[in-house]
Design a protein around this ligand. Structure first.
Ligand code: GLC
Length: 504
């Protein structure tokens, strides 16, 4: 599929070089704001589009922790007309990966110490905060005299844009298309009917737009109904979300829009994740010389307080400790896995209190074979990717997943459940000529245990087979070149469709 899209994107007609203009609207972008993969993906996409010659820019909130020095303030503040009055915002202009980035300043909404919630739970005004971001995106274009062909929103926080375009809130954008990317369908941006007015969806709009799921309005539902094109971050997840099991109540909407929904597999930042030249590692390595990997393994075993044993299969886990990630499967299988005798596990992550407690206690109980770092630590994440032999991702659902891609690049074989992007990126080693990891299907502790025990037996008894799979995994091309070309093609498709619709 990529090949034909790619040909399309690089139009054979050299006359047609009109630069495409795209404004990305997101709640996260590394290194400024990140709760998960979304932040990595948005920044890498922005700079890859820029490298392709697309005039891609990004609008992000200026959260409390973002240092404004190094940014230039737009002279005039932005007046953003929301349904409950005009809100005045500052705009800071800077650069991210070579491309322009704008930070939206609104102290009441964004000068906070966390992205979406504090210790009492989710902020009560989240929907208003990100509706402001989307409405401000349109006002920003006026201020900059920048007229995008496409607004590209990410997750529910960027999903108000397609609605605002379709309502005709601002006639200047009559011909502007929208692309909405789903990174995670589980978060949808619910709001009450009483909020509609303030969100610029008052009066007749709410009923007409059909944004309700079981009687409650929901930003993502609205965005999915009204976006010109919808994407998600892997082909398998694009199919899964059209079924009730993965659809989170939106599968009907997604089936209705199936013709405009596609999966574009995420890439990874191959400069940041480069085992040969990774400043977080004590020593680098590549497929031609893996001796550095063995030294990273020893360093990791030492740091984790595990026995320094080159023959134990060391398994890494780096994750948010959330239901999505299937940690309950690992919890259910942990003792049996450790009883195998020649398997060690090191886990890094924070999240749900039950999981933090469970894995802390397990580490105290089995310190020889299991270590848990209940924290967030970028350096250690790199060392775990590098020093492990295998990497566990028993996700219940996984729109794309990035850690299995990092793992493969570091010659660490992923052990994954066959779902979403995990299914699309890991070939099971039951195919000995092509395998790049280990795959199981059932979301059960037994299935995880069985597959991990099988992986350990190959590591123990058939090391050349394991090592050949490591080399194959390291040779995979995971750069952003292909995905960025695919997005450019979809932007052009969306822009052309929108122009046609509006000309009719
Ligand atoms: C979300 C998904 C993850 C995906 C990432 C970036 O965090 O859970 O699977 O890789 O977004 O698209």
């Amino acid at each position: 599929m990529y090949a034909s899209l790619d040909t399309h994107a690089r139009s054979p007609n050299p006359q047609r070089v009109d630069p495409l203009r795209v404004l990305l609207v997101s709640s996260e972008a590394v290194p400024l704001a990140k709760s998960g993969g979304l932040g990595d993906v948005v920044s890498a996409l922005l700079s890859s589009l820029h490298a392709r010659g697309v005039d891609a820019r990004l609008l992000l909130p200026r959260y409390g922790w973002i240092d404004p020095s190094g940014y230039q303030r737009l002279t005039d503040p932005l007046g953003v007309p929301m349904g409950d009055g005009e809100r005045w915002c500052g705009v800071l202009r800077g650069e991210l990966g070579g491309a322009p980035i704008y930070l939206l300043e609104h102290d009441v909404y964004f000068d906070r110490s966390a992205l979406y919630h504090d210790e009492h739970g989710a902020y009560g005004d989240n929907v208003r905060r990100y509706a402001l971001l989307c409405r401000a995106a349109m006002q920003l274009c006026h201020a900059l005299d920048f007229w995008p062909d496409v607004f590209h929103g990410h997750d529910w926080q960027g999903a108000m844009l397609p609605l605002y375009l379709d309502i005709g809130l601002d006639p200047r954008f009559r011909r502007t298309a929208s692309v909405l990317t789903i990174h995670n369908l589980a978060h949808q941006g619910w709001f009450g009917h009483g909020d509609a007015e303030a969100l610029c969806l008052g009066g007749r709009h709410l009923g007409r737009l059909g944004v309700e799921v079981r009687g409650t309005p929901n930003v993502l539902c609205g965005g999915l109904l009204h976006a010109t094109q919808i994407t998600t971050v892997s082909p398998t997840y694009a199919l899964e979300i059209q079924t009730p099991i993965y659809g989170e109540g939106l599968d009907g909407v997604l089936r209705a829009r199936a013709a405009d929904l596609s999966g574009v597999l995420n890439g990874i930042d191959t400069d940041v994740w480069n085992p040969r030249d990774d400043p977080h590692l004590p020593v680098g390595f590549d497929a031609a010389d893996m001796s550095g990997k063995a030294r990273c393994k020893a360093a990791l075993q030492r740091e984790a307080g595990l026995r320094e044993d080159p023959d134990a299969m060391l398994c890494g886990v780096v994750t948010r400790l959330a239901h999505q990630k299937g940690l309950d499967l690992l919890a259910g299988a942990l003792d049996r896995i450790l009883d195998l005798g020649d398997v060690q596990i090191v886990l890094l992550g924070t999240g749900e209190p039950w999981a933090e407690g469970f894995f802390r206690a397990a580490a105290a109980r089995r310190p020889d074979r299991f270590a848990a770092f209940i924290t967030f630590d970028e350096r250690l994440a790199h060392l775990i990717e590098a020093g492990s032999d295998a990497f566990l991702m028993p996700s219940r659902f996984e729109p794309c997943g990035l850690n299995q891609l990092y793992s493969q690049r570091y010659g660490t074989l992923p052990v994954v459940r066959a779902t979403g992007g995990l299914r699309d990126t890991v070939t099971n080693l039951d195919d000995r000529e092509a395998g790049t990891g280990f795959v199981f299907h059932d979301a059960t502790a037994d299935a995880l245990y069985g597959t991990l025990a099988w992986a350990a037996s190959i590591y123990r008894d058939e090391r050349p087979v394991f090592e050949a799979a490591q080399r194959r995994a390291m040779a995979l091309d995971r750069s952003w070149a292909q995905p960025a070309a695919h997005y450019e093609y979809l932007y052009r498709l969306a822009a052309a469709r929108r122009r046609e619709e509006r000309a009719a």
